[in-house]
Design a protein around this ligand. Structure first.
Ligand code: ADP
Ligand code: ZN
Length: 596
């Protein structure tokens, strides 16, 4: 067995590396700088913890999130790894004790960026000739990213200050521009960028135009009785409204949003975690740190803010690897709303970036090819058609819409590029509304030339033109449609436009049914809840999060395998020697008692 694998086994109790982990460890141990982009939950920590444990000099881990840092430290200590941690959330004496740990041989130290970048700390560290600096949440260093932190910018001094140290950067969210920026700042471009593990093949991806959210949502939920899921909504008010509606339909629905008191949110979250088959209707306030493996579906009733947000939100489903479904409903109204949000934030450059981000999501929504290919391409991971998305399962009909688009574009141009989609569609459909007559728009050459398409289909058509960049929505001018440069070339006949047909929501329920019916909770359910209780007690006594004792997957395996000896228990994934000694006997007893 190779050394890294040995450490994985002996310290962390895992039997095999996940995709990407070994490659990153090999690069780091051979002295190369690495920027690893891996989604949340993919297992980034092990990628630097193993090289740190294997080496003989100090590794410094910088993280912006104090609570996460504490959890990581607790998890390492539970596995018997000597580690120090200094940040401003700790008392002065405590920080002095922690530094003492480094002095007496701890090979890992977690530091907050502002603690690291003091001249005193830098000098003290230089004397120790650190082997490696790990920058967690590395996207915070880049102004291109969505969560720039000024105290992170300082970290770009590291390659100059410590030319002899390896730099490893980790992030779950970084588009291409952000990645290159991180690599430039942290290792002056000398290093490898590795993107891994974004594919979640068990998630079914479906996107549909929003026609009537109630019937579309109920159609989606039809075969999901007895399962837990999340329905994301944009506003607090709508979140409450959807919960009420679902309750009327006989579902166990609970709302969750930032308008509730902290206490109420906690109660609702606990219910979601502990009760069976809860539908959580929620704003994006819900989800951070949700460690529920058996969420079977995620539905977006409104457009998310970006591809990153969408990916993160659907990623909360199916963590256990069993099939899970996602549905995203989008509409022109949502798109306009999102644009409006962006219009009110940051500086010009920031707004332009955010608009581009949103464009990428819209293009994904309108994509006619495999959704997964489109999604992974956004994260720069190559893949083939998946067979588990709406476009793979029932390929859309693509039609040439050049002439139809030209009629629309010319109507927009002739009316001064100030009207929203509703009015323009009225003109094309020959509706003699007050607004049309008042402005004499019934005299336009294109008036009533698009009668054959119902209003909804026109709305979808317009959206596709916007998504493809032929039209833009002017937020400053109350959502007026304008021709883009590309739109003008389409009007001039220099390019063509193909669109996907069918304004009607597509809900192919049948194919989905089979897979969703499979039992999802592995092992013995009542034993599992016993083990969870036990874990909770142990975690509380140690003042650490439950997963630090054992992750859910380990409990699943225990409930399924029901080991009767410590030896048998050591074969379970996630139980290393330290945890075996500390927790093994207690869990063995519980398993034995459950068998009586
Ligand atoms: P990330 O930092 O990428 O969000 P973590 O490093 O916290 O993810 O890992 C997520 C979970 O997966 C943790 O419970 C971790 O112990 C577990 N894990 C990591 N690597 C492996 C592996 N090779 N085998 C089994 N579990 C793993
Ligand atoms: Zn597909």
């Amino acid at each position: 067995m190779k050394i890294a694998e040995q450490v994985l086994h002996d310290v962390f109790g895992y039997s095999a590396f996940r995709p990407g982990q070994e490659e990153i460890i090999t690069l780091l141990t051979s002295g190369q700088n690495v920027l690893a982009v891996m989604p949340t939950g993919a297992g980034k920590s092990i990628c630097y913890q193993i090289p740190a444990v294997m080496g003989d000099r100090l590794t410094i881990i910088v993280s912006p999130l104090l609570a996460l840092m504490d959890d990581q430290v607790a998890a390492l200590r539970t596995n018997g790894v000597d580690v120090a941690c200094i940040h401003s959330g700790l008392a002065r004496e405590q920080n002095i004790d922690e530094w003492q740990r480094v002095k007496s041989g701890a090979k890992l130290i977690y530091l907050s960026p502002e603690r690291l970048m003091t001249e005193r700390m830098l000098t003290a560290l230089a004397a120790l000739r650190p082997a490696m600096f790990v920058v967690d949440e590395a996207h915070c260093i880049s102004k291109w990213g969505a969560s720039f932190r000024p105290d992170y910018e300082q970290l770009s001094r590291l390659p100059d200050l410590f030319p002899g140290s390896v730099i490893a950067a980790f992030t779950a969210t970084a588009d291409k521009a952000t990645r290159n920026d991180i690599a430039a700042k942290l290792f002056r471009g000398r290093g490898q960028i590795i993107v891994h593990g974004f594919d979640r093949p068990n998630l079914r991806l479906t996107v549909a135009n929003k026609a009537s959210w109630k019937s579309q949502l109920m159609g989606f939920l039809e075969d999901k009785a007895g399962q837990a899921g999340i329905v994301y909504c944009l506003s607090r008010k709508f979140t409450d409204e959807v919960a009420v509606y679902l309750k009327e339909q006989g579902l166990n629905a609970i709302p969750y949003h930032a308008g509730q008191t902290a206490e109420q949110r906690k109660i609702n979250q606990d219910r979601f975690m502990s009760e069976d088959a809860v539908v959580m209707t929620a704003t994006i306030a819900f989800g951070m740190g949700i460690d529920k493996p058996d969420i079977r579906y995620v539905c977006h009733l409104n457009l998310p803010g970006s591809m990153e947000a969408y990916y993160q939100e659907i990623g909360r489903a199916g963590r256990d690897g069993a099939p899970a479904e996602t549905l995203l409903l989008h509409s022109l109204g949502d798109m306009g709303l999102r644009r409006q949000f962006i219009a009110n934030e940051g500086d010009e450059a920031h707004r332009r970036r955010e608009h581009h981000r949103l464009d990428a999501l819209l293009a994904y929504c309108e994509a006619a090819e495999c959704r997964r290919v489109a999604l992974l391409a956004y994260f720069d991971e190559a893949s083939g058609p998946c067979g588990n998305c709406d476009n793979c399962l029932s390929p859309p009909i693509v039609t040439d819409g050049t002439v139809r688009a030209q009629a629309l574009l010319s109507t927009i141009r002739e009316t001064g590029q100030v009207f929203g989609a509703g009015h323009v569609i009225d003109i094309l459909r020959g509706v003699e509304s007050e607004k049309v007559l008042e402005r004499r728009h019934h005299n336009l050459a294109t008036f009533a030339t698009g009668k054959q398409w119902p209003k909804e289909e026109w709305a979808v058509f317009v959206r596709q033109l916007v998504a493809a960049g032929f039209l833009s929505i002017n937020i400053q001018k109350y959502g007026g449609l304008e021709l883009s440069e590309r739109g003008r070339t389409l009007l001039a006949g220099e390019v063509s436009f193909a669109y996907r047909e069918g304004g009607k929501p597509r809900l192919e329920r049948k194919a989905a049914k089979k897979r969703a019916d499979q039992p999802v909770v592995p092992g013995d359910v009542s034993l599992l809840s016993q083990l969870k209780k036990l874990r909770l007690g142990l975690a509380r006594a140690r003042n650490v999060p439950a997963y630090v004792v054992f992750p859910d997957s380990t409990l699943f395996e225990l409930a399924r395998e029901r080991p009767t000896t410590l030896d048998g228990m050591s074969g379970i994934n996630g139980i290393g020697p330290k945890k075996l000694k500390e927790f093994g006997p207690t869990f063995l007893r519980a398993i034995a008692e459950a068998g009586l």
